[in-house]
Design a protein around this ligand. Structure first.
Ligand code: DGT
Ligand code: CA
Ligand code: CA
Ligand code: ZN
Length: 582
């Protein structure tokens, strides 16, 4: 953690204590310590190393030890515990202009408002008009603030940020003087949502300022935010911020590594470097001379690529998707890194909709499109009858569709359409089709599409009951979340994954950019339990088939290898697999 990480954490610490209603003296001590730390010029690492923190006037003993813990481990246990006492919505509410800790405290404890969404409905219902410290005017301001937040400072879906970034990268790569150019940050790590776009370029010195101008005057730029010698920031027309950094080519691998992050991964790398007498930052390695406590540039290992950096640290190369301090450092040290799945490994996919339910393309159009991608098969899974809003199929139309698939399959060469359905899991865990109808399909995706408000126990039981049905092959979009829009329903995900393992069921990674559900954090767990994953597009038209690439990103982020994912298998092997559980 650098100094600004530390002061931010101290400020947050103070804020949380204030929300909690602790003695104001306590939170003020944190704010003061943060301010003092920000103003002293000394290097924070040196201060900690020389045990000087507690001698700084205005920083008490307990806060000093928190700072030491933050610097040496990158975390404070006390802070993490405190943070866990609050719903995550608290941090979002604090971002609303005009909302501080006192107001959040009142909202949280007196009105039981836990998130921006809940606050918005409360304002719209006029519930804050007569609340102490609020009133009609404040209520209006809060609504404006929320609108502003939504538009400007929220996160963005991966696919939206990615297409903006790809466009900019393309333009930059074509400019004179550019040597190397890459997307960094959370986009390179393929996070499910993106805060801002980070682009890194190395260029000949004399072209740098010209390049910055190209960037800031690019047609998709809404406004200019800031410019330094090596960095410019802009806001794009779609509201996303984009940082461009331009470095010397010999700094490029180091800067790429640093700005790819994650922060947590960077912290780990730096500490490994330190253990072997090196100091690592965004510009390069320096050798720490233990006698003079100064770093020197002599005999530094040269690194032309990121791979060289990892090698210097005694590590196997770690793919960007894995850099979350999620066990990848240890795996790299012990030669246990996964060989990540790639888009090319897919031979087909499941869970696609057609005009039989709410899809926009016909069965044959979807099959043809899948063939054109180079796939060997496509699994069709239209909605079941209770999904009236999505034109779900009754028994008669199921028969019709299955017949059409049979006749298409008779004509198709080197391609096979798997007969499936996306059957609704009813509130009690029963399925929307009888076992007899279910048995007429080759595979069954079971999903929750209604009654989201069950409590955790009921929802978990509901889904596990559905998994017990011998005709169910794949569990669809486990949590029902819609990224940036709708929270997941309450459920015990671990229990459900364990049940899938017990019953030999597949769990899908729903690749729709708004879902990306199973979450990558759980993919790794599922894999460890031996649960197989299917990367499904949930496509509602031809174009949607390509969404599997987002699912592959999540699979990679979740440590999955080719053999963990069923749609890397051939038609024959899939058939055997689907039959096995029946
Ligand atoms: P985002 O933009 O919120 O989706 O996530 P990132 O990971 O792209 O974060 P961003 O844009 O703030 O910074 C890009 C990378 O730069 C980040 O992944 C790691 C590195 N970085 C930025 N600030 C710090 C810092 O204060 N300390 C360390 N160690 N690394 C940092
Ligand atoms: Ca970023
Ligand atoms: Ca950034
Ligand atoms: Zn669905």
């Amino acid at each position: 953690m650098n100094k600004s990480d530390i002061t931010n954490t101290l400020d947050e610490f103070g804020t949380l204590l204030e929300i909690k209603g602790e003695n104001p003296f306590k939170s003020r001590a944190f704010y003061n310590a943060s301010r003092i730390l920000a103003t002293i010029p000394d290097d924070i690492n040196r201060l900690v190393e020389e045990q000087e923190i507690q001698n700084i006037k205005g920083i008490g003993k307990s806060i000093a030890s928190i700072i030491e813990e933050l610097v040496s481990t990158g975390k404070s246990i006390e802070f993490e515990n405190l943070k866990n006492e609050f719903p995550t919505g608290v941090f979002e509410m604090l971002k609303i202009p005009g909302i501080g800790p006192k107001k959040v405290s009142f909202l949280l404890y007196n009105l039981k408002i836990q998130s921006v969404e809940e606050l918005e409905s409360a304002c719209k219902a006029g519930k804050l008009e007569n609340a102490a410290g609020f009133g009609k005017k404040t209520q209006e301001n809060i609504l404006h603030g929320i609108e502003f937040l939504k538009k400007h400072s929220s996160r963005f879906l991966y696919n939206v940020a990615e297409s903006s970034a790809a466009e900019i990268l393309d333009i930059l790569k074509k400019q004179k003087g550019v040597l190397r150019a890459e997307i960094a940050g959370s986009l390179r790590r393929r996070k499910e949502t993106i805060g801002d776009i980070d682009i890194l370029v190395s260029a000949q010195k004399k072209y740098i300022s010209q390049l910055m101008d190209v960037f800031t005057s690019y047609s998709s730029v809404e406004r200019f935010i800031g410019k330094g010698e090596t960095k410019s920031s802009v806001m794009l027309k779609n509201g996303i911020n984009c940082d461009l950094r331009i470095v010397h080519d010999n700094e490029f691998p180091f800067a790429l590594n640093y700005f790819t992050g994650s922060k947590e991964h960077n912290v780990r790398l730096r500490s490994i470097a330190k253990d072997i007498g090196l100091s690592l930052n965004e510009y390069g390695f320096t050798i720490i001379d233990s006698k003079s406590k100064k770093s020197s540039k002599k005999n530094i290992p040269t690194c032309k690529t990121e791979k060289d950096i990892y090698k210097t640290l005694g590590l196997n190369y770690i793919e960007p998707e894995l850099r979350e301090d999620f066990g990848e450092i240890e795996a790299s040290q012990h030669n246990k890194l996964p060989k990540l799945i790639t888009l090319n490994d897919l031979q087909g996919t499941f869970h696609c909709h057609t005009t039989y339910s709410d899809g926009k393309n016909t069965l044959s159009e979807m099959a043809l499109a899948a063939q054109n991608i180079g796939w060997k098969y496509l699994g069709i899974a239209d909605h079941s009858k209770v999904a009236v809003y999505a034109n779900g199929l009754d028994a008669k139309r199921v028969t019709q569709q299955l017949n059409e698939i049979d006749s298409l399959n008779a004509k198709l060469k080197n391609f096979y359409i798997f007969k499936g359905t996306e059957v609704d899991i009813l509130p009690n865990g029963e399925l929307d089709y009888s076992d007899k109808i279910l048995s007429s399909f080759e595979f069954v995706v079971a999903s929750v599409h209604s009654n989201f408000s069950l409590n955790e126990k009921e929802m978990t039981k509901r889904i596990i009951r559905a998994l017990k049905n011998k005709y169910v092959t794949i569990l669809g979009h486990l949590t029902g979340r819609l990224l940036l829009q709708r929270e997941e329903y309450q459920l015990n995900k671990i229990d459900i994954i364990n049940a899938a393992a017990d019953y030999g069921k597949i769990i899908e990674i729903n690749s729709h950019p708004m879902r990306l559900d199973l979450d990558w954090r759980l993919c790794k767990y599922a894999k460890e339990k031996g649960v197989k994953i299917s990367i499904n597009p949930d496509a509602h038209n031809i174009k949607g088939l390509n969404d599997v690439r987002y699912g592959v990103g999540i699979a990679r982020k979740g440590w999955l290898e080719k053999q963990d994912v069923v749609n890397t298998l051939s038609v024959d092997k899939i058939r055997k697999l689907f039959n096995k559980s029946r």
